[in-house]
Ligand binder design. Structure first.
Ligand code: GCU
Length: 431
């Protein structure tokens, strides 16, 4: 269920809410007939209007587009290097009755053992290719929620309260173990020969508007800086950065084939996986599940969640420049199809859910469709259809897509399709 503003009801709120011009969740458009006419910027035309006609020219145009997303949407990721350190904290070669190795690895972002750090949980299959291809994705409520494995360290970090998931006083409890296992079918993943790596996104930046006192942003502030500049990164930028730092570790872990690492994310973390894949071409494959507005969905459609809602409810996610597009989508020098194009020619899979109208399934599909010319220029089939496929009939061209039954979630169906897609498109080099 998406949050709504309905809990703010009451006379006072009725008078004050919504503020003038604010499009709240209650006002979201779910009517296709009310989607306004729009025209999309062409990823294959340079800012100076010259056409992009060769793969070499695309590399230059790619840099332009990346810059546009930095300046106008997610913010610039600092290029400075922090002194990363890795520590393998535990290793058990007999996880799941011997079919997998479980490891826990801490990635320290500074030289301070008590400074910002991220705990990776890894399961590596014992059978199948070695080193193993892998999926990496951040989780919402701590590593201990992804499986009922009692050996997983319980997260002690701040997290959003959630009664159903047994998070109280912003802390996980023992009862939280395994509460999100339906979204992480780890044994199924292992059986198919993939490793699974996950980390709690709050290790990188806790998901609330705290004025940048916690998380990794402050590691990069200049002297006297207290928050990101209007074109600098927000929380989505930080989560994406964290995914790249996890990949830095996987490169030195001999159990993992670091040339075959797929980055996967759901919802806000699908937005983060897209931005990670766009910036870091070491990710061999990208999966965005129900990523919606600010993710795969086209903003100009203004269907379901809009830029204004994103910026109002989650002011810390994007950069401050993004605010100028509240209710002003057509002014953007980009749209989200250009984010998908930044993955080209690497395989990307966009997944929607039929009832997840907030995330605009059609907008997610249309975005994939309009990234396709870039993939074709680079000699791949791009998205091999031009109409939205029927429910649960996946498209498995280089840009892959499905819409499944049900709502906003990650299911076994989704994972099975991600793995089919990875089997098809993420083969070892030379095969
Ligand atoms: C909210 C938000 C979405 C986001 C989702 C999630 O619904 O409006 O943009 O994708 O949370 O992360 O679950």
């Amino acid at each position: 269920m998406h949050n709504s503003f309905s809990h703010l009801g009451g006379i006072l709120i009725l008078i004050l809410w919504p503020p003038l011009g604010f499009a709240g969740t209650a006002d979201a458009n779910y009517n296709e007939a009310k989607v306004p006419g729009y025209s999309l910027p062409n990823p294959l035309v340079f800012e100076d209007r010259r056409p992009v006609t060769t793969p070499e020219q695309w590399r230059i145009r790619r840099t332009e587009i990346l810059r546009l997303f930095e300046d106008h949407v997610y913010g610039r990721t600092p290029s400075g290097v922090t002194p990363l350190r890795f520590q393998v904290r535990s290793e058990d070669k007999n996880a799941f009755g011997g079919s997998a190795t479980r490891k826990e690895v801490t990635v320290y972002f500074t030289e301070d053992d008590n400074g910002p750090q991220m705990d990776l949980l890894m399961y590596v299959p014992k059978r199948g290719a070695s080193p193993a291809p892998a999926f990496i994705g951040l989780n919402f409520y701590g590593n201990h929620t992804v499986h009922n494995d009692a050996e997983i360290t319980l997260s002690t970090r701040w997290m959003r309260n959630n009664d159903a998931l047994h998070v109280t006083n912003n802390q996980a409890t023992e009862q939280s173990r395994g509460v999100r296992d339906s979204r992480w079918p780890i044994e199924r993943i292992i059986d198919r020969g993939f490793a699974l790596i996950t980390a709690y996104y709050g290790d990188i930046d806790p998901d609330y508007d705290d004025g940048w006192t916690n998380g990794v942003h402050r590691l990069f502030f200049k002297q006297d800086q207290t928050g990101p500049e209007p074109d600098e990164w927000g929380s989505i930028g930080a989560w994406s950065w964290g995914l790249s730092r996890a990949l830095d570790y996987l490169i030195v872990d001999e159990d993992i084939d670091h040339e075959r690492v797929a980055v996967v994310g759901h919802s806000r973390l699908g937005k983060a996986s897209l931005w990670a894949g766009a910036q870091d071409e070491r990710f061999a494959l990208v999966v965005a599940n129900n990523s919606g507005a600010g993710g795969a969905a086209l903003s100009r459609r203004r269907f379901g969640e809009t830029i204004e809602v994103l910026n109002t409810r989650f002011p810390h996610w994007f950069n401050d420049n993004f605010n100028q597009y509240n209710g002003n989508e057509d002014a953007q020098p980009l749209d989200q199809h250009m984010l998908i194009a930044l993955m080209a020619p690497r395989p990307i899979y966009v997944a929607s859910a039929q009832e997840d109208l907030w995330a605009d399934p059609k907008g997610e599909f249309t975005s994939a469709l309009h990234a396709s010319p870039v993939y074709r220029l680079l000699g791949t089939d791009g998205l091999a259809v031009d109409q939205m496929p029927p429910v649960e009939q996946p498209v498995t061209s280089r840009i892959g897509y499905h819409i499944r039954l049900g709502g906003h979630n990650v299911t076994d169906y989704d994972w099975d399709r991600f793995m089919d897609f990875a089997d098809k498109h993420m083969q070892p080099k030379g095969d």
